[in-house]
Design a protein around this ligand. Structure first.
Ligand code: BGC
Ligand code: NOJ
Length: 814
């Protein structure tokens, strides 16, 4: 069953009924001002940091789930009937409803009793504001007298404090209303230099800023008193809950359409110019007024929208493919790339499942997110890498997370996740291969944000590498620390106290438990670092890295192979985890994918056997589960992984993030059919037809799909913010289609299904546009390369020596 369809040409997903199984959301803004918007206009906005600069209030896990957002009420002033184009929160019967989620905008519209209303929400590029472009049409035979009410609820900035500290917060709310613009200025009188504003292009019949006056003290958003009676109260908030609501009255002739603009923005003033007059407590509006004026003019708004579209077309056009599979095309060309922008911006901080208050940006997460993002805006990837590296500790270890507003490591969570440092090598490698910008390695970067501790970025990579060598366990495998990629495999935690954090509690010294996964990651990092060294004037060091990598590879073979698959770990007692010897959790996905991805076992058959075991024990029609058999009870020595009921999350759920590791492994082993088959099982577009089972958005990946041990097998959860986005993009583009930035040029090494006759691609890479045609001539993956009509040895296309910017590449697969 479907709830909408893809409009591929317009790069939109069109939702045709409001009662989707879960809110189906979109992101507004891609630079500093962000919003989350659901298909029923739920959600909120913030500036840079979802916790510390929350602009509008949102109640998570509400009843119904998605209540509160960017509402516009339409009232028939003759009958008193009122409803919203977004359906929520009145749930009125509609004659028609559509939500179009596009690239950085959403348009939600509906029709009731001959009146059509629709709102396009977007954030213009380079501005800290969002526009609600509201259109109202009278499709009746008679004139219609209508009222329109906007409504948002302001957050008192720190979203955590806002939802807990009521004894203070009920007394601090403040607003100003000037020329019809509502200014939200809570705490501006003291240490804040920022405020929010909410403006409307039409002449106002009234306004409200006190929530419980607008709604009435005992009512909800579905029955606001002001809307019901057809007149605002002109309330001025003092304390309690400041809101912004404009009231506009208009009469539409039959066939007439009118547009009203509502604009919500964030603004900062210089500290010493906060007030106007200077000695007053009145917000200085000198610099914000021109911004407000600009965006209340429809032509400027249209232009800003066009610019946004052009911007996204430009980003997506960097890599476009035409394959025999529509689901591959629309994910690669549009939605997967688009999701990679969201994961780059948000890491795992703000979605409908991440509240924006719990986490900053993850060190490992953000580094991995670069894999799917770096080709779109390399300058921002560069900045992110330097920010991440600056939070690294002198030991080479890393803070697990940092706060985007302060860019400082988060002390509450701390470090000792022993995989973390290596992801910096992976992220920097991806950046260098995409851009060829070797200067980044010489950038002086602090350790732990301490002035005076600056060392070249290359030094950070060396310390990342060293970190593991300084922390080897009894089998010479890497010690796991608090956890590795799997945050829930807590082998040193031994927590028996309710509520203790599995991530930050450590009750063992951690000198025994080892991770085979980090072993694989180390082997990959060693190869990457060696390549970086070779290309950047440190050739003498490359051999050393390779030797350490080879040594670790040997150790993994000796102590990390279980006979039919790679082991997962050794626990604090030195016992195996993820072995045939275990009663539960015999085989895990992570080491199978990652050891092979690092190249282990490709030559000697181990990889083949491990992949056969994955197929036999872990693969389901809905994707590959994390481990089997699921843990049926809590194991003190394993930690959070065994805290989940079987089939969910890390306990044998289909944790989509690591499915692409197996996809890449299959591609590296030359099995294009297997790789694309796994790819399709979790491809959201390919699952659109079972939306009633999948339940999450069919246009983006979710973190998890319930595994076969769960009663809801196939049901997705935690959409949008997941490493799945970057890894699947990387897997399909770079390993199945095989278009892979390399240090020396653009490598083309596809591993496509046998039945595919070929595909086409356009890839802009280091200033050159490559028109690529791949044609299958035999059943294998051997590449024969023609560059501008000339046969070329190998599979790497080098940059044209004569400065041409268009290159035609023909690939024959034999
Ligand atoms: C989740 C993990 C997550 C961790 C840290 C756990 O509860 O299961 O997926 O990485 O929390 O936030
Ligand atoms: C989600 C976390 O953000 C990520 O860092 C971790 O690797 C996975 N969960 C697996 O636990």
């Amino acid at each position: 069953m479907q709830y909408g369809y893809f409009d591929d040409k317009n790069r939109e997903y069109v939702i045709t009924r409001p009662d989707t199984p879960l809110p189906w959301i979109n992101y507004l803004g891609c630079q500093a001002y962000f919003g989350i918007v659901s298909n029923t206009a739920g959600g909120y906005s913030f500036y840079r940091d979802a916790r510390l600069r929350r602009i509008t209030r949102y109640r998570y896990n509400n009843v119904p789930f998605d209540l509160g957002g960017r509402y516009i009420y339409v009232r028939d002033d003759e009958t008193g009937d009122y409803w919203l184009p977004s359906w929520q929160p009145t749930h009125s019967d509609l004659e028609q409803y559509t939500c179009r989620h596009g690239m950085g905008y959403s348009t939600i519209g509906s029709k009731r009793r001959g009146i059509s209303a629709s709102t396009r929400y977007f954030v213009p590029l380079d501005e800290n504001l969002e526009i609600w472009q509201f259109t109202l049409s009278n499709e009746r035979q008679t004139p219609a007298a209508l009222s329109v009410f906007s409504a948002i609820e302001f957050c008192l900035w720190d979203a955590q404090d806002d939802s807990t500290n009521f004894q203070r917060n009920f007394s601090i709310g403040e607003v100003e209303i000037e020329d019809g613009v509502i200014y939200h200025k809570t705490e501006y009188r003291e240490r804040r230099d920022h405020f929010a504003w909410f403006a409307c292009s039409a002449e106002l019949a009234g306004f409200d800023t006190q929530r419980d006056v607008f709604l009435g003290p005992t009512r909800g958003w579905d029955r606001p008193a002001a809307v019901e009676r057809g007149e605002s109260f002109d309330s001025v908030a003092h304390g309690w809950a400041p809101i912004g609501s404009h009231h506009v009255r208009l009469v539409l002739q039959p066939g007439e359409t009118r547009q009203i603009l509502f604009v919500l923005g964030y603004h900062e003033n210089p500290k010493d110019e906060k007030f106007d007059p200077p000695e007053s407590q009145i917000v200085n509006k000198k610099t914000v007024k021109p911004v407000i004026a600009r965006y209340l003019i429809p032509a400027n708004v249209d232009e800003a929208f066009q610019k946004l579209r052009t911007y996204w077309d430009g980003l997506l056009d960097i890599c476009q493919v035409t394959t025999p599979d529509i689901h591959t095309d629309r994910m690669v060309n549009v939605w997967n790339a688009y999701q990679c922008m969201a994961t780059f911006n948000m890491s795992r901080s703000a979605s409908f499942y991440e509240s924006g208050i719990g986490r900053g940006l993850g060190f490992r997460d953000s580094n991995q997110d670069l894999l799917g993002f770096v080709h779109m805006v390399p300058e921002r990837a560069r900045e992110r890498i330097l920010d991440l590296a600056a939070t690294q500790l002198p030991s080479g270890g890393a803070y697990h997370q940092y706060q985007p507003l302060t860019k400082k490591g988060n002390n509450d969570v701390g470090g000792n996740f022993n995989d973390d440092p290596h992801w910096l090598i992976v992220g920097v490698g991806a950046y260098l291969k995409e851009t060829g910008d070797w200067s980044i390695l010489d950038e002086p970067v602090q350790y732990d944000n301490q002035p005076g501790s600056e060392q070249p970025l290359y030094d950070h990579l060396q310390r990342s590498f060293r970190y593991t060598l300084d922390r080897l366990g009894p089998h010479s495998l890497p010690l796991i620390g608090r956890a590795d990629w799997n945050d829930c495999l807590n082998l040193n935690c031994f927590s028996d106290t309710p509520g203790q954090s599995f991530q930050t509690t450590t009750n063992k010294e951690g000198k025994v438990a080892e991770s085979v996964f980090i072993g694989g990651l180390f082997v990959l990092a060693a190869k990457e670092l060696a390549a970086i060294a070779r290309h950047s004037g440190h050739a003498d060091e490359a051999a050393g890295y390779l030797a350490e990598g080879a040594h670790m590879e040997e150790t993994v073979r000796r102590h990390g192979w279980d006979g039919e698959w790679f082991l997962r770990a050794y626990d604090d007692f030195g016992n195996k985890v993820g072995s045939k010897e275990c009663a539960e959790g015999k085989i895990f996905i992570e080491p199978q994918g990652f050891c092979i991805l690092a190249g282990i076992g490709l030559e000697d058959g181990l990889a083949r056997r491990a992949l056969e075991s994955v197929r036999k024990y872990l693969a389901t029609p809905h994707g590959i589960v994390l481990q089997q058999p699921a843990y049926s009870r809590y194991y003190l020595h394993l930690g959070e992984i065994s805290s989940y009921p079987p089939g969910y999350k890390e306990n044998a759920g289909i944790f989509c993030h690591n499915n692409p590791w197996v996809i890449i492994a299959e591609a590296m082993a030359g099995n294009g059919d297997g790789a694309h088959d796994y790819y399709s099982r979790i491809n959201p577009s390919a699952r659109e037809a079972i939306s009633d089972v999948h339940r999450c958005e069919p246009y983006v990946y979710a973190q998890m799909i319930a595994g076969r041990d769960a009663p809801t097998h196939g049901e997705a959860k935690n959409s949008w913010l997941t490493g799945t986005a970057a890894w699947n993009y990387y897997a399909i583009v770079q390993f199945i289609l095989g278009i892979r930035p390399a240090y020396d040029g653009l490598q083309i090494a596809p591993a496509i299904p046998e039945r595919w006759t070929g595909f086409r691609a356009v890839r802009r890479f280091r200033g050159v546009t490559y028109q690529i045609t791949v044609r299958r001539a035999g059943t294998g993956n051997a590449v024969k390369l023609m560059v501008d009509g000339q046969a070329v040895d190998g599979d790497v296309v080098r940059a044209p020596a004569d400065g041409r910017t268009e290159v035609v590449v023909g690939v024959t697969l034999e």
